[in-house]
Design a protein around this ligand. Structure first.
Ligand SMILES: Nc1ncnc2c1ncn2[C@@H]1O[C@H](COP(=O)(O)OP(=O)(O)OP(=O)(O)O)[C@@H](O)[C@H]1O
Ligand SMILES: [Mg+2]
Length: 290
């Protein structure tokens, strides 16, 4: 398949963007033959910590820690790439390889976040100069003869409209928006959809998919409250699709609220029922992306 990219976005914090990125990356790389590259574009570094942090010591684990130190020392992080891009523009040259990309597993690779991304918006990077960055950076990775032919790029984005999110919008195929079953979750959805509508042009508009995360289950069924918010969110998606003439799909897949999910991610393994739910979510996204 031609490479596809999915950006997990919501400007509301804590809805599960990082959890969903991590889970999809792991499940797709295990259940399919796709080569997956995950990117942490959030300076909060939650995904980077989920992958690199040793829970019991509270420090980066040895293998990741050493690799990360080297990547920073040799100025080969995503932030370094961005600095080079900003100066070079059209002549952007950056040696993408395994000092920028960390190999988690055979089919699952990762570009971590770095603290400097925090200051990106204050560092004199202008929207215009950063806008093409992710597209050009991914282009370099796709064209590199030294790297695998990644078929899926997964971006974990920060809960604010940062320059990097802006840059991702101009090159992704699907914007995947997790929402939670509560009042603020539905309010947040209108905000994010309206601002996306204003910002994405003039590039081809990516497809947008919305789904429910942290869905409460009782007796094997979604609770009435969750079903109510599902109807609300679906209605909102239809309304905004019509108003703005864009394609927004409300997915049928839901991801249940699972108390052990955080621990499961730290330990690197999801419970069976969540594996099934994330596989279903992926199948629905893949179908929509066709
Ligand atoms: N399905 C779920 N069931 C239970 N807890 C969940 C679920 N999804 C996410 N969480 C928990 O919710 C919290 C926030 O999740 P996560 O960090 O993935 O959200 P986020 O949208 O990336 O947050 P931020 O906006 O800060 O980047 C975490 O403690 C996570 O373990
Ligand atoms: Mg996050």
């Amino acid at each position: 398949m031609t490479p596809k990219s999915i950006a997990v976005i919501n400007f509301k914090g804590g809805v599960g963007k990082t959890t969903v990125t991590w889970s999809l990356g792991n499940i797709i790389s295990q259940a399919t033959d796709l080569e997956v590259l995950m990117l942490d574009l959030d300076p909060q570094m939650s995904l980077t910590e989920a992958i690199g942090l040793n829970e019991s010591t509270g420090h980066l684990d040895d293998k990741f820690g050493k690799w990360y130190e080297k990547s920073i020392k040799h100025r080969l992080t995503i932030y370094d790439a961005l600095e080079v891009f900003k100066k070079a523009g059209e002549n952007f040259k950056f040696p993408v390889g395994f000092e920028t990309i960390y190999q988690i597993d055979e089919q699952l690779h990762f570009i971590p976040s770095v603290e400097e991304l925090y200051w990106l918006d204050l560092d004199g990077f202008e929207g215009k100069s950063v806008k093409d960055f992710i597209r050009r950076f991914i282009g370099k990775i796709t064209n590199s003869v030294n790297l695998p032919k990644y078929e899926l790029f997964l971006f974990d984005c920060s809960p604010s409209f940062s320059l990097l999110t802006y840059s991702v919008l101009s090159c992704c195929d699907l914007i995947l928006i997790p929402v939670n079953p509560d009042y603020f979750g539905t309010r947040g959805l209108s905000l994010v959809l309206n601002s996306l509508q204003k910002r994405i042009e003039p590039y081809p508009f990516p497809k947008i998919a919305v789904f429910m995360n942290k869905a409460k289950i009782y007796g094997g069924l979604l609770t009435n409250e969750v079903q109510f918010y599902m109807r609300e969110v679906k209605r909102l998606c239809e309304e905004l699709s019509k108003e703005n003439n864009i394609e927004i799909k409300f997915l049928e897949s839901t991801i249940r609220e699972s108390v052990g999910l955080k621990r499961a991610i730290n330990e690197g393994e999801l419970p069976k029922e969540l594996v099934r739910e994330f596989e279903k979510l992926w199948r629905e996204c893949a179908e929509y992306l066709k």
